[in-house]
Design a protein around this ligand. Structure first.
Ligand SMILES: [Zn+2]
Length: 255
């Protein structure tokens, strides 16, 4: 049985009929009654369909991650690739399929949010997903050194760091008194100044606009990072931005 081959075909087909096809297939495969598929076959095929490790192109990897996110949002996460045998085999080396740069927020764990396994994602996290030269080296390591073809910058709804930065920068601008915070993050506030400025005048909630602006500015900056610019220019790296909703569990791509 050529599971890998058939799965690739399935993924190729999914591009034409919509990304939902993979998730539907996966749900069918793990349905309790087996729905026409033998128990072992179902288990094998489910595991095969859900592994991020078999995807090569950035577009397929991102589609698979969004399918995993849909499973997570729907309460159908299967936590693939977490078995002992895989863990042991990965001791020989890693080949992460994507790098993810996101916030330290305890509610935004990328392996859960995208329903991926061990060895799939190289994750860097800072408060408000702000970067500096040290951080951006870590973010670039997966794509530059380990050939991960996808880099995801993931902001999130109700980000405390962005909210606090918005509050501080607005107060400074308006010359109003700011309530003193016990755990102020002055460097983080400063790093978010560009997003604050860029989001001025946007409609809707100003913090939401700043979260989105921060993602977009970070995507652009990482595309121009010395370690990554050539990979992006050569089409070997795709950088995408998204915002995660704490309420729905869904990631929305931003552009
Ligand atoms: Zn946050």
């Amino acid at each position: 049985m050529h599971l890998r081959g058939s799965r690739r075909k399935l993924i190729t087909g999914a591009g034409a009929v919509g990304a939902g096809a993979i998730a539907v297939f996966a749900l069918d495969a793990c349905s309790a009654d087996g729905s026409g598929m033998g128990g072992e076959d179902a288990a094998a095929q489910t595991a095969d369909v859900l592994s991020l490790k078999d995807f090569d192109s950035a577009a397929d990897i991102w589609d698979a991650m969004l399918d995993g996110n849909q499973r997570w949002a729907d309460g159908g996460a299967v936590h693939p690739d977490t078995d002992v045998a895989l863990r042991e085999s990965l001791a020989e080396g890693q080949e992460p399929r994507a790098a993810v740069f996101t916030c330290v927020d305890s509610r935004v764990a990328p392996e859960f949010v995208f329903d991926t396994g061990i060895g799939d994602l190289m994750v860097t996290r800072t408060a408000g997903n702000v970067y500096d030269p040290l951080v951006s080296e870590s973010v670039s390591y997966g794509p530059a050194a380990l050939e991960a073809p996808l880099l995801v910058v993931l902001g999130h709804q109700k980000c405390g760091a962005v909210t606090a930065a918005h509050e501080a920068l607005l107060a400074a601008e308006e010359g109003t008194e700011l309530e003193e915070h016990e755990y102020a993050l002055p460097e983080t506030v400063e790093a978010l100044r560009a997003a604050y400025e860029a989001s001025k005048g946007e409609s809707g909630d100003p913090v939401d606009a700043m979260i989105k602006a921060n993602v977009l500015l970070t995507v652009q900056a990482l595309k121009e990072h010395p370690n990554l610019a050539e990979l992006v220019a050569d089409g070997e790296l795709t950088v995408v931005g998204g915002v995660y909703s704490l309420e729905t569990g869904l990631v929305t791509e931003v552009a």
